[in-house]
Design a binder for this molecule. Structure first.
Ligand code: NAI
Ligand SMILES: N[C@@H](CCC(=O)N[C@@H](CSC=O)C(=O)NCC(=O)O)C(=O)O
Ligand code: ZN
Ligand code: ZN
Length: 382
C-alpha cells in the first residue's frame, strides 16, 4: 500500500485555462481513484499534435479548463475497488482508445474502438460524470481519458495497460499515441504486403506508417511533405521516394498516378488537412486503391471529392490509434520495441522538463521536431 493511497495528492500539472493560451504550470489536487479507476504517477509524456489542436480551440469536443496530454508513461500509485487488470507499482501506458473487452465494439472483432467510456471521455469527465482534478478551487476537465500533462492522473481501468517494467518509459510513452497510430494503421491493413503505398505528412505518425509499410515489404513507399527537411527522415525510415508538392509544376495527384502506373494500392493521410485527404484518395488506383484518413481536421472542416472516385472503386476509410486494441496488443508492441523490431528511440528529437512544456509546443511547431518527451520531474524516475 502506498502512503498516498486513499488521499488527495497535491502535485504539479500543466493546465490549459482557455483555448489559444499557453499552458500554465499549476499546483493541482488529484482525488483518489473511485471504483473501477486507476491513479497513475506520470513520469514522462510526449506532446502530440492533437494536444496542440485541442489547445488551439479547433476541437469540437474541447472543454476548458483542462489538463491535456495523452502520450504518457507512468507507474500505478493506487487503484479503486474492483480493478483487477493493473496493480500498484505496475509500469503502465494510459490508453485514449479504451478497451473494456465486453462492449458491442470490443466483442465485434471489427474495430479497436470501445464504447465503454467514450461518451464521458469526450465531455472531459470520468465515467461517473465527475472530475478528479481541482486547481485554485475550480474543477478541471480530463482530456482523452488520460490527462498525462499532470504528475498524477486518474483513468478508467479500461484506459490503461501494464507493460514490461524493463522497457524504458521515457521512450515507450510514445507508444501511447503517435507511433502506434501510424505503425498499426500500416501493418493492420489487409493486403498491404508487397504493395505500393503513399504517405502524406511525415511527422511521427507518417514516419510510423512508413516503418509499418517497410515491415510489410511494400515495393514502393512514397513520402509526401511540404517540408523539405522531411526527405531525410522519410528515407531513414524506409521511404523509397520523396515528393515535395511545392516543387512540382503539375498536381501531386497526376505526378503520383504517373509514377505508379495508374495509382497507389494504399494511401494514408497524416496531415489533418482536408485538401490533402482528397489528394490521398484521388491518387489511389482505380478499382482497388484504399485511402486511410488518420489526420484530425478542425471542427467544421469537411472532405469532398467527385462521387465518381468512389464509383470507380477507390475506398475512403479512417482509423484511430492504428486500429490497435490497447490492452490486448500494446504489450506486444513494447516487446517489438525491446527486441529492436520496432523503432521508438529514433523518434525522440527533443526533451523538456514539465516547467518548460510550452517550449515543447514551440519545438513541435519549428519543423525539425518529430517528438518532444516531457520529463514530469520525478528524480527517481527510471
Ligand atoms: N487518428 C488518430 O488516431 C491520430 C491522429 N493524429 C493526427 O495525425 C496528424 C499527424 O500527426 P503528427 O505526425 O503528430 O503531426 P506532424 O505535424 O508532426 O506531421 C504532419 C506533417 O504533415 C506535413 N504537412 C502539412 N501540410 C501538408 C501538405 N499540404 N502536404 C503534405 N504534407 C503536409 C507537415 O509538414 C508535417 O511534417 C495530426 O492531424 C494528428 O492530430 C495523431 C495521432 C493519432
Ligand atoms: N475530438 C475530436 C476527435 C479527434 C480524433 O479523431 N481523435 C483521434 C485520436 S487523435 C490522437 O492524437 C481518435 O481516436 N478518434 C476516435 C475517437 O473515438 O475519438 C473531434 O471532435 O474532432
Ligand atoms: Zn496523439
Ligand atoms: Zn469496449
Amino acid at each position: 500500500m502506498s502512503s498516498t493511497e486513499g488521499k488527495t495528492i497535491t502535485c504539479k500539472a500543466a493546465v490549459a485555462w482557455e483555448a489559444g493560451k499557453p499552458l500554465s504550470i499549476e499546483t493541482v489536487e488529484v482525488a483518489p481513484p473511485r471504483d473501477g479507476e486507476v491513479r497513475i504517477k506520470i513520469l514522462y509524456t510526449g506532446i502530440c499534435h492533437t494536444d496542440d489542436y485541442t489547445l488551439s480551440g479547433k476541437d469540437s469536443e474541447g472543454v476548458f479548463p483542462v489538463i491535456l496530454g495523452h502520450e504518457g508513461g507512468g507507474v500505478v500509485e493506487s487503484v479503486g475497488a474492483g480493478v483487477d487488470n493493473v496493480k500498484v507499482g505496475d509500469h503502465v501506458i494510459p490508453l485514449y482508445t479504451a478497451e473494456c473487452k465486453k462492449c458491442k465494439f470490443c466483442l465485434s472483432g471489427k474495430t479497436n474502438l470501445c464504447g465503454a467510456v467514450r461518451a464521458t471521455q469526450g465531455k472531459g469527465v470520468m465515467p461517473d460524470g465527475t472530475v478528479r482534478f481541482t486547481c485554485k478551487g475550480k474543477e478541471v476537465f480530463h482530456f482523452m481519458g488520460t490527462s498525462t500533462f499532470s504528475q498524477y492522473t486518474v483513468v478508467s481501468q479500461y484506459s490503461v495497460v501494464a507493460i514490461d517494467p524493463a522497457a524504458s518509459l521515457e521512450k515507450s510513452c510514445l507508444l501511447g499515441c503517435g507511433i502506434t497510430t501510424g505503425y498499426g494503421a500500416a501493418v493492420k491493413t489487409p493486403g498491404i504486403e508487397g504493395s505500393t503505398v503513399a504517405v502524406f505528412g511525415i511527422g511521427c505518425v507518417g514516419l510510423s506508417i512508413i516503418q509499418g509499410a517497410r515491415a510489410k515489404n511494400c515495393s514502393k513507399i512514397i513520402a509526401i511533405d511540404v517540408n523539405p527537411k522531411k526527405e531525410e527522415w522519410a528515407k531513414k525510415f524506409g521511404a523509397t521516394d520523396f515528393i515535395n508538392p511545392t516543387e512540382l509544376k503539375g498536381s501531386v495527384v497526376d505526378h503520383l498516378v504517373e509514377m505508379t502506373d495508374g495509382g497507389l494500392d494504399f494511401t494514408f493521410d497524416a496531415t489533418g488537412n482536408v485538401h490533402v485527404m482528397r489528394q490521398a484518395l484521388e491518387c489511389c488506383h482505380k478499382g482497388w486503391g484504399v485511402c486511410n484518413v488518420i489526420g484530425v481536421a478542425p471542427a467544421g472542416a469537411e472532405i469532398s471529392t467527385r462521387p465518381f472516385q468512389l464509383v470507380t472503386g477507390r475506398v475512403w476509410k479512417g482509423s484511430a490509434f492504428g486500429g490497435v486494441k490497447g490492452r490486448t496488443e500494446l504489450p506486444g508492441l513494447v516487446a517489438d520495441y525491446q527486441s529492436g523490431k520496432l523503432w521508438v528511440d529514433q523518434f525522440v528529437t527533443h526533451h523538456q522538463p514539465l516547467e518548460k512544456i510550452n517550449q515543447g509546443f514551440d519545438d513541435m511547431h519549428a519543423g525539425d521536431c518529430i517528438r518532444c518527451v516531457v520529463n514530469m520531474g520525478f528524480n527517481d524516475a527510471p
